[in-house]
Design a protein around this ligand. Structure first.
Ligand code: ATR
Length: 290
């Protein structure tokens, strides 16, 4: 049972995506709402690709205050919204919807969340060669953030056309050139040989496929900084291989916490308790791992 009262004035937020079984966003946001004494609740909404338009209409009809958007809807939701802020448009992905008096506004907090994470960790990515694996919505945000700092970015993706499209869009909006390659062992080896920072922005390694990694562990070296957007498990195969190679690692929960905190700030106007949100998310992941 919830240790707070839900009533007729409770504001509803949530996350829409598919699958959602392993999402820790409800635990993270509800902990923050309780801490801030806000009459809000956060729920998971499993929405298939076919039902996305209906679900977006439902946000309006049900007066849902705010929604996070995750796999596989971050890109396809854009034309369904009333307005998309300039940053989210450039990134080409929305992970936050704010229902403002019936108008649905789209934002992207993944990019700013990644920048906050780098800053907090004291990583000067502007001087680095970065390899970003994946070319979906999360990857676009990471690439955009890195390019805005001046990093040299190589994008590798299973579907090479998506890497090329991502690179072209990023180049258009940031004025920087990006390399785009197919994700295969040879390209990974040559890209990692030059890289300082490696970011997995694919879902590879996420439970229930927890043993998988996009990178052969033999390619990882002590000088690499390796970040993973996957947070479940907390230490993915990629991160444990990186640790074994002596590399510095950054887990997905740290990035999740920032994007969640920034989402909450958009919906409520309150300063979000990011550390508490991270702790709540970490505890929720531990419950899944049991
Ligand atoms: P998100 O919005 O969270 O980034 P997405 O847009 O569905 O989600 O993108 C998922 C990314 O993970 C894509 O880059 C995808 O590669 P493809 O473009 O080739 O589909 C990548 N991905 C997912 N499963 C993968 C796998 N088994 N091997 C390699 N890449 C994978």
């Amino acid at each position: 049972m919830a240790d707070f009262e839900l009533n007729g004035s409770t504001m509803v937020c949530g996350v829409m995506g598919d699958p959602l079984e392993h999402s820790v966003s409800p635990a993270m946001h509800n902990a923050a709402f309780r801490k801030l004494g806000l009459n809000y609740v956060y729920l998971p909404f499993r929405v298939s690709k076919e039902n996305l338009a209906g679900a977006v209409e439902g946000i309006r009809a049900l007066h849902i205050a705010g929604m996070n958007v995750t796999i596989p809807h971050k890109v396809s939701i854009i034309p369904l919204l009333d307005e998309v802020d300039a940053l989210a448009q450039r990134i080409g992905a929305v992970n936050v919807v704010h229902n403002k008096d019936g108008r649905l506004l789209g934002f992207n907090t993944d990019a700013e969340g990644f920048l906050r994470l780098l800053k907090e960790q004291g990583i000067e990515a502007g001087r680095m060669h970065a390899v970003v694996i994946g070319a979906g919505g999360a990857s676009r945000a990471v690439c955009f953030a890195l390019a805005s700092l001046g990093s040299n970015v190589t994008i590798l993706n299973r579907t090479v056309q998506k890497a090329l499209d991502c690179a072209a869009d990023m180049a258009k909006y940031t004025g920087r050139t990006f390399a785009a390659l197919e994700l295969n062992p040879d390209n990974l080896a040559s890209a990692l040989a030059k890289a300082d920072l490696v970011v997995n922005a694919t879902s590879l390694g996420m439970a229930p496929q927890a043993g998988e990694s996009p990178v052969n562990g033999k390619l990882l070296e002590r000088r690499h900084i390796v970040a993973d957007i996957v947070y479940n498990p907390v230490v993915t195969r990629l991160l444990s291989d990186a640790e074994k190679a002596g590399a510095r690692i950054i887990g997905g929960l740290d990035m999740l916490g920032w994007q969640g905190a920034l989402s909450l700030e958009i919906w409520t106007g309150c300063r979000a308790p990011v550390d508490l949100m991270r702790r709540a998310a970490a505890e929720a992941v531990k419950r899944y791992e049991k």
